[in-house]
Design a binder for this molecule. Structure first.
Ligand SMILES: Nc1ncnc2c1ncn2[C@@H]1O[C@H](COP(=O)(O)OP(=O)(O)OP(=O)(O)O)[C@@H](O)[C@H]1O
Ligand SMILES: [Mg+2]
Length: 376
């Protein structure tokens, strides 16, 4: 990118949302703390984090429903400081997607256009078009109470899309739906986003939802952004224990860094006989505390010690087994004072006789490249 002062004719190559130093305080409480964030055009961006971490507050500031205490928001290249909510090229689907119960589906969808004074036949045409988009063509005459929960959710989506925003903000749009429907709606949302080409910013506290839908995810905790990365990178290369633990399931082994050079790290972990060796570009300082983060599915569980050389190995005893249908998770005691290690293994055959049972002595092993060493 050139850094000459002239703005491009259209803002086609520039990001759609630029947030810088954004803060929101309620009294002395800091709900959003110094967030920097850039979202590209056409992205399906997810804000992921535990309850109360500031996701809705951040979204409401983007929408103009809440004033920042500090920092700036630019949308489509324009500073939003003095732009009211109804003048922003943005629309929001709320956490509790209220639809008007006394209005028909078509009137619900056209409501925003009517407020804007759009002529009647255009409202009708655009509302019908939006209903087509969310696969509710032909449902226009019904009232919301004659729809299923999933269909009502789609009415809320159509109502937001009908105004053709540049950005659509979705706050926990699937939280009211049952598990099966949520999964179906994930795919629908992704397809819808591709069809309309609008930038989607979705809030969720469900990691599998974020992983399956988003182009990039920002993981939030206590008002701050912990890491921003595409789903696979976030899963394979979490930057902190919080992210590793929040995204999926993880084993964390704490140790002291004994050696770190040439892309290899050796850690001495209390309770584990042999030092653990891991490979990684980013090297921690020798003498510092490090945490080996290992996903349960990357660990092998066997009756005999592994024969291959260069494997990290610990031994232990199976203490608990969780059967999850397609996988079983073995919880293995490797030392009296350490948390149980979780190891998941695919149930390829129907489980009539488990490979391992309670109290079985087992060996856990993993290669040096299948996890990360974290320093915070
Ligand atoms: N108007 C307000 N006045 C005071 N505190 C508020 C206000 N709005 C939000 N908060 C506080 O700010 C924090 C962040 O709230 P927010 O609604 O953004 O969380 P969230 O990440 O969306 O959580 P959830 O996943 O539960 O929806 C919470 O601790 C909340 O209590
Ligand atoms: Mg919220």
């Amino acid at each position: 990118m050139s850094s000459s002062g002239t703005a491009p004719a259209a803002n086609s190559g520039s990001p759609i949302i630029e947030v810088s130093g954004l803060c929101k305080r309620f009294g002395s409480f800091s709900a959003v703390e110094n967030i920097d964030l850039t979202i590209g055009r056409g992205e399906f961006f997810a804000l992921l984090g535990p309850s109360g971490c500031g996701k809705t507050t951040l979204l409401r500031m983007l929408a103009g429903l809440e004033l920042p205490s500090d920092g700036t928001i630019r949308i489509d290249g324009q500073d939003m400081s003095f732009v009211p909510a109804n003048k922003r090229p943005i629309n929001m689907v709320f956490q509790s997607y209220a639809v008007f119960p006394h209005m028909s589906v078509l009137d619900n969808v056209g409501y925003g256009l009517r407020i804007d004074g759009v002529p009647g036949d255009e409202i009708r045409r655009r509302a019908e078009e939006a209903l087509e988009l969310v696969k509710l063509g032909g449902f226009g005459a019904r009232r919301p109470d004659q729809l299923s929960g999933g269909q009502r959710q789609r009415v809320a989506l159509a109502r937001a899309l009908v105004k053709r925003p540049k950005v659509l903000l979705l706050d926990e749009p699937l939280s009211a739906l049952d598990a099966k429907l949520r999964e179906a709606m994930r795919l629908e949302l992704v397809n819808l986003q591709e069809t309309v080409g609008i930038t989607f910013v979705i809030v969720t506290h469900d990691q599998s939802e974020a992983l399956s839908m988003a182009t990039r995810i920002a993981v939030m905790n206590q008002g701050t952004v912990q890491q921003i990365a595409p789903p696979a990178e976030l899963y394979e290369f979490p930057a902190s224990r919080f992210v590793a633990d929040f995204i999926g399931s993880v084993n964390l082994l704490e140790g002291r860094v004994e050696a770190a050079s040439g892309g290899r790290i050796r850690l001495a972990c209390p309770g584990i006989a042999t030092p653990i060796e891991m490979e990684q570009d980013r090297l921690p300082a020798v003498g510092s505390t490090g945490w080996v983060a290992l996903r349960p599915e990357k660990i092998d569980i066997t009756k005999e010690p592994p024969v291959e050389a260069g494997m990290n190995t610990v031994s232990g005893k199976v203490e608990e087994i969780t059967y999850l249908g397609e996988t079983s998770v073995y919880h293995v005691r490797i030392a009296p004072d350490l948390p149980l290690m979780k190891v998941s293994s695919a149930n390829l055959d129907r489980v009539t006789r488990r490979a391992f049972t309670w109290e079985d002595p087992v060996h856990l092993s993993w290669t040096s490249s299948c996890g990360v060493v974290l320093d915070r």
